[in-house]
Structure formats: C-alpha cells, structure tokens
Design a protein around this ligand. Sequence first.
Ligand code: FEO
Length: 394
Amino acid sequence: MPAQKVVEGVRAIRALDWDLPMFDELIPLPEGTTYNAYLVQGGEKNALVDTVDGRMTAELMDALARIGVEQLHYIVANHAEKDHSGSLPAVLAEYPSAKLVTNSRCAGMLQDSLFVPRERIQVVDDGETLSLGSRTLQFHLAPGVHWPETMFTLLREDGILFTCDFLGAHFASTDLFVTPAVMGGSSIKRYFAEIMAPYRPHVRKHLAKVREMNPAIVAPSHGPLHKDVAAILDLHEEWASENVKNEVMLLHVSTHGATRAMADHLMNALLEREICVRPFHLTRADMGELAIALLDAATIVVASPTILAGLHPLAASAAFLANQLRPKAKILGVIGAYGWGGRMVEQLNGLLSNTKAEALPPVLVKGHPRAQDLLALDELADTIRRKHHDLGLL
Ligand code: FEO
C-alpha cells in the first residue's frame, strides 16, 4: 500500500484493490477501487482521516509502521461504512491512546457495527475544529451523501477537503491525482450513478457547500484526488441535475423472439426519428452501464415477454434497480409479447413507483407481431419523439 505525499506533512495511504469483482455484491468494479486513508501530521499531534476496508487492514498497519508513526492522537471517521471503517478496531488497538473523532450519529453506528468502546470516541458537531498544533481540522456534517452520518473534514491551513465517498470513483490507479483520461472516462460517472444518484437533492446541496469552502484539493476516500476542484464539481453538478437528453433506454429480454422483434423494430423506428437509443440486453447487461444511462435518458422502455403470468424476472430485476436509483426519466413505455394473458404492466408500474414519469399506453402483442403491431410501435416512436420535442430535447 503506497503512502504518497499530498503536501508536506499530509500523506495518502491508499489500499489499491484490483481484485474485488463486485462492490456490495451488487456493483461491478471493472476498474477496481481504492480505499484512501490520510495521515495528517500537525506538528504536535497526528491524525488519521478514515481507514480502509477490513480486508486490507494489514497493509494499512504496515504502511503506518513504515512511515514510523509511533503515536496517533486522533482517528477521524467521516463515514461508518466498513470499506472505510473496517480497519478501525485494529488501528485503535495498535494506538491505545488515540481517540476516534466523529459525529454522534456515526459514533452510534460504529458502536453498533464494530463494537468501538464509547470511551474511545470524541464526538464533534458541525463546524467544530480540532487543533493538531500547526494544523486545524474542521468537521462539516454532510448527511445524505450517501449515508445519514457522513461528514467532510477540512484541513484548513492547506485547504484540503477530505470528502470520503463524495466526489470519489471506483478506480484503482497508482496515480495519486486524477489524470485527463480518468476525468474523460466513465469511472467517475459510473461511481456517481451507482452510489450518489439516488440522493441528488443532497448532492446539489453539498456541492454548493464545497464551492463555498473553496478547497485547493479534494481528497476522497475512493479513487484519485483532485486539484482542479471546479472541474470535478462541474461534472457532478450536471449529473446531479434533473436534466435529461434525447435518449431512450431500451431494456429488453425475450424468450422465443417475439419481444425481441418488437424491441428491434422500436429501436429502428426511434433511430429513424433522430432519437438516440441505449439498448440493454438484460441477460448480459452491465448494471453499472445501466446506472450511467439512467442519468441521461429522457425515456425508459421496458420490453419483456409475459412469463410465469407476469414480467420476465430479468426485466423485473432491472426495473427494481432502476427504481431504487431514482431515474430522471420523464417518460415510460412498456412493450412485449404474451401467449394468453398476465399482469406484466401492473407489476412494472408497481416496481417503478419512485418515478414520476408519464406512462405511455403499452404495446402488447398476442403471439408474434403482425403488420398492425409494428404500426403501433411506429406510433409509440412518434409519441416519444413528440414528447422529447416538447421537453426541448430536439
Ligand atoms: Fe465507500 Fe459508503 O462507503
């Protein structure tokens, strides 16, 4: 685990995790991730800001020993989730005089999940400061990005803002600071889509707070650090807005080809009408790509056959996930083939209860689509085009 200099007296100790295939057994990690802890040496006292995932505790302890940290006075917990707090028990044991510094809500969570003794915890409130001698930490509560107990820690003299998950990325790289390739790629957006997108109102509020703080460096606890703070804030501002693009997400799955024929016809009809289509074949769709597309799509169309008297389970799973991620979409469509009946549309409406999108009349076909069914799909494409035009997207 490298301990890299951020500025003199501040080191990033980053656990590079190339191997974890899925975060939370849900989110694919095609580019790995990092868990970043930060050592701040303040003249009189030392503080460690966040720790790392419990699986990588030995590497964190080894890095602290190699730096020669004999005394640690404070360990700041910005967030209770175990990818940042998992090593806390080991660090508290290694440095028995160190205090765990965190807010009251996070303190409760850490007592519940890691059995941190109450007497080791120093509770701080919003705006409170902690002197390390020549350096000062200031704590800013940031509930909702993405847990209710999250906070930021500002190293005032250096203008370094430790934001934990906020403004982070699942991207394992030996580069300490972000590169143009990472800024222009999809890993930061993928992280936002999967972790922060459901909390967009909170994100917007905390982006404004970060702008007010005007830090020189943003130091998250996943992925690279940022010196061009305006650039990373601007990216997040766009993703956290409710803006959508002239795009249709087409989530499709088929059993014997009838629904697939409908999905293909609709896709071509939309493309002919100058509407961008993002198709997702649900037997092999990457859920991270799906989450990213949800940030942009004005319309979501689910194409599913009726199976087991309802929605195909893969379509149900994708709709459930999309609903949990609070899609921005303004319009919803459903198409599909059935043999003799079922409750597909009712089930889908129930699964997408978090969206305020307008549901268009479904196009459901008994058996294989005939000429009049293809005309109905053309009419659906016309309706979507008209709606996108009315939204000012065309
Ligand atoms: Fe990276 Fe919410 O933990």
